[in-house]
Write a protein that binds this ligand. Structure first.
Ligand code: GAR
Length: 199
């Protein structure tokens, strides 16, 4: 069975959605480890409650290369097949990317390449777009870049606040992240330049 690592920094609702899909048998994998750069991440607490391996590796004050060396060493212990960033709010170094070539996924709450970085839902509202959404992509060393696996569109309503829009995007995140994991684990895709061709 394929082994997943989940990296997160906060709430962990994408992690919970993935774990729920594994529990109901709709993703054929196990969660080998949940790792956070923040000790107080809610997602880490949930991982502990579920009896999963939950590791805090605080990043505060550490430079990226040194931190990522520690991260690689930790992940090697669990022989993971796929690394899923789920609200992991740190850029990964080139050496980390090289350790897991095309084996790292990220979810971002916008239709990339629009609104990368922090507060994507706020950015979408401030810009005035009528449609936004979420993206699952392979991770490279740049911020919210890398070949796109799946996207889902979410309309922006006139009465939307950051909270209401974020909630509707999050529901789509929970759906497409698991779908993307299934695709990658099945190997039913190929990458041509920036394009991910499915099937
Ligand atoms: C999600 O909305 C995810 O798309 C976003 O952080 C949130 C984490 O929520 N990630 C990024 O913005 C990455 N650039 P969660 O901890 O409940 O899964």
């Amino acid at each position: 069975m394929k082994r997943l690592a989940i990296l997160l920094s906060g709430r962990g609702s994408n992690f919970e959605a993935i774990a729920a899909n594994i529990a109901r048998g709709s993703i054929d994998a196990s969660i080998a480890v949940v790792l956070s750069n923040r000790r107080d991440a809610r997602g880490l607490q949930i991982a502990r409650e579920r009896g999963l391996n939950a590791v805090a590796l605080p990043s505060k004050g550490m430079d990226r290369e040194a931190y990522d060396r520690g991260l690689i060493a930790e992940l090697r212990k669990y022989s993971v097949d796929l690394v899923c960033l789920a609200g992991y709010m740190r850029l990964l170094s080139a050496s980390f990317i090289r350790e897991f070539p095309n084996r790292i996924l990220n979810i971002h709450p916008s239709l990339l390449p629009a609104f990368p970085g922090l507060d994507a839902q706020h950015q979408a509202l401030a810009y005035g777009v009528k449609v936004t959404g979420c993206t699952v992509h392979f991770v490279d060393e740049y911020l919210d870049a890398g070949p796109i696996l799946l996207q889902a569109a979410v309309p922006v309503l006139d009465q939307d606040t950051e909270e209401t829009l974020s909630a509707r995007i999050l529901a789509e995140e929970h759906r497409i992240y698991s779908e993307a994991i299934r695709i990658v684990l099945s190997g039913q895709y190929r990458i041509e330049g920036r394009r991910v061709i499915l099937g």
